[in-house]
Design a protein around this ligand. Sequence first.
Ligand code: ADP
Ligand code: DP6
Ligand code: CO
Length: 328
Amino acid sequence: MTTSSNNSATALAHTNIALIKYWGKKNADLIIPYTGSLSLTLDQFYTKTQVSFDRQLEQDTLLINEQAVTDKSWQRVHDFLNLVRQQSGITENARVISDNHVPTAAGLASSASAFAALAAAASKASGMDLNERDLSRLARRGSGSACRSIYGGFVEWQRGSDDTDSYAVPIENPNLKDIRIVALTIETHQKPISSRQGMERSVTTSPYYPTWVKVVESDLKEIKSAISQNDFAKFGAISEFNAMRMHALTLSANPDFLYFNGMTLDAMNEVKRLRHAGVECYYTVDAGPNVKVICQTKNVDTIANTFSKILGPEKVTVAKPGPGIKYL
Ligand code: ADP
Ligand code: DP6
Ligand code: CO
C-alpha cells in the first residue's frame, strides 16, 4: 500500500536527562505536573518515528525496533493518536514505525524521545503545522518528560495549571556550556515499575510528597542561577541532591519500591570517590538503575576510563548537549 507523501512524516527526537525531576501529576489525564522540572537534551540517545495515516488500515499499527507492539504500549500510542485525530480532524488510522536508539523503558527516558518524535511526526502527517510551544504541549500528553525533548540543550518545563500553559521552554544563552554526561547503562531490561506507576504511588502514599513539592521550587531557582552564573559545583550539587530526594519518595511509598540495584550504589560511591580525589563529578539517576555522571570536558576522559574499567566500555556512553526536534 502506498500513501500520498503528505499523509506521512518522519521526526527525530533526542532523550533528555532531568536534573530537577518531574515526579508526580496533579492532573493525570492532561499530564499537568505538581512541579516544574529542568533537563538537558542528550546527543547520544534518540528515537526516530515515521507516522503514515492511511485509510486502508483497519486499526493503528505500531512497530518498535522492528517488533509489532500490541500491548499497553500500543494502547498508549493509540490514545495519543486519537488526540491528534481530534485536534486535526483527520479520521484515518496510522502506521507508526519507530526506532529507539536508547534502551526501551529502562530508565533512560525512552518515553521522552518516543513521544516527542511521535508528536512531531503525527501532527505533521495529519496536516497540522504546530509551533514548538504547541508541539511541546502535545508531546506532554504522551509522556510528561517528552515536552522537554522538543528543544535542545537546557530546557525547563513550566508546570502551568492547565493544558494551555503547561509546556517546556529552552533556557536561552546558558552560561554553563561545558557539560558532559557519562551515561552508565548498568541495566537495559524493562523496569518492573514504570515512571507513570512509580510517581502515582509516590504522590498518593509518600508522607514526604508535600515536602518534595516545596523543595523542587527552590531547587529549580538555584539550578537556574547556577546555569546563568556558570557555577558548575553548585549545578552538580543541586542535581545530585534533587535526584536523591526523588528516590526518597519511592522508599517512603506504600508499598515501598526502589529503582536502584547494587551496581547503582557502587557507581554512586565511585562518583563520590572520584570527586573527593579531585575529579569533579556528580550523579543523577532517573526511574531505573542507570547512573548518569555529570561532569565537564576536562574530566570526561578520566571518568569514562574509570567506569569502562569497572563496567566494561560497552556500558559507558559519553553524551554532550543534544539538539531539538528534527523533521526528516
Ligand atoms: P523510560 O525510562 O524509558 O522513559 P517509561 O516507563 O517512562 O520508561 O516509559 C516507557 C514506555 O514508553 C514504554 O513502555 C512504551 O510504552 C513507551 N515507549 C518507549 N519507546 C517508544 C516508542 N519508540 N514508541 C512508542 N512508545 C514508546
Ligand atoms: C524520573 O515522563 O516518563 O525521568 O509522564 O507518566 O510518561 P509519564 O512519565 P515520564 O517520567 C519521567 C520521570 C523521570 C524524571 C524526569 O524525566 O523529569
Ligand atoms: Co519515561
